[in-house]
Write a protein that binds this ligand. Structure first.
Ligand code: UTP
Length: 291
């Protein structure tokens, strides 16, 4: 059973400057809820009980968000705003949440290295703190179900348009079934036309504890960082690695265009906004068409 998850959230978020200069990108609001709260909710909905958030410089707001806010609770209680009071209490009680600080932003592989003692000798889930996936079955749950069958590390992948492969980490390998692949190679940002597939990493992983030794052996790669992809390549020397085409719609909130799409997607799904917001969108899109 997979009961622990790691959420790396220590990155600098340079693609989202200036807002990320003094604020964590993982706290970017999807309307009224920080991105990372969606990520924690996905973990909890997948049966995870213990979460380690990899935090870092300038990321205090994440810790505060998952802590209790006594003053606010007392005020809401006084005003008899039970609904908001319960919502605020729920955030602090979602799971057993722990924090550790990555001392330097040396890449995703390095961030995961910090989880070694907390995770111990068990397989664990990794959910990128700036990525949300809207699904019926939580993406992490989908990976856990596959893990229960194969007992090997699994990465979630998604199909991306062939002309956009050069933006992503891409896998290649042998197709085992409709959505499952056994990976033989991973390529970071291949040139268009030279990519083995159009299956890109989707920000969710189940990793066996063997990844920690692999990370220790991984030297600095792209951007002079310890890349998780390089560590997984080393892991493949001893263990199989699978890729699962997860169901759902993924949003990389750390990228400005995807962030805009995320807000629109979730606004349309919210009953209290859907009607007026759709009318507003039709209006402006109509206006654009006419120009
Ligand atoms: P990204 O590569 O999207 O994060 O990492 P980044 O480095 O912050 O992004 P840009 O390119 O500068 O805009 C994916 C996830 O891994 C975390 C990030 O916080 C994000 O949630 N991460 C990345 C770490 O925890 N530590 C790192 O050293 C790098």
């Amino acid at each position: 059973m997979i009961k622990k998850a790691v959420i790396p959230a220590a990155g600098l978020g340079t693609r989202f400057l200036p807002v990320t200069k003094a604020q964590p990108k993982e706290m970017l609001p999807i309307i009224d809820t920080p991105t990372i709260q969606y990520v924690v909710q996905e973990a909890v909905d997948s049966g995870i009980e213990d979460i380690l958030i990899i935090s870092g410089k300038g990321k205090r707001a994440i810790e505060d968000h998952f802590d209790r806010n006594w003053e606010l609770e007392a005020l809401l209680n006084e005003k008899e705003n039970k609904k908001l009071y319960n919502e605020m209490r729920h955030i602090g009680d979602m799971a057993d949440i722990h924090f550790i600080r990555q001392k330097e932003t040396n890449g995703l592989g390095d961030a995961i290295r910090y989880a070694r003692h907390h995770v111990g000798n068990e397989p664990f889930a990794v959910l990128l703190g700036d990525t949300v996936i809207d699904t019926v079955i939580p993406a992490t749950q989908q990976l856990i179900d596959i893990y229960e069958q194969y007992r090997q590390s699994i990465v979630a992948v998604e199909e991306v348009p062939p002309e956009k492969v050069s933006r992503y980490g891409i896998i290649s390998g042998k197709q085992v079934s409709d959505r499952l692949w056994q990976i033989d190679r991973m390529v970071e940002k291949p040139e268009v036309g030279k990519s083995p597939t159009n299956l890109a990493f989707a920000g969710r992983y189940i990793l066996t504890p063997g990844i920690f030794d692999a990370i220790d052996k991984t030297t600095r790669g792209k951007n002079n960082e310890i890349q998780l992809t390089d560590a997984m390549t080393l892991l493949m020397r001893h263990e199989s690695l699978f890729a699962y085409v997860a169901q759902g719609k993924r949003f990389d909130v750390g990228n400005k265009m995807d962030y805009l799409k995320t807000i629109v997607h979730y606004a349309i799904k919210r009953k209290e906004f859907a009607g007026e917001f759709k009318a507003f969108l039709k209006d402006i899109v109509g206006g654009i068409d006419e120009k």
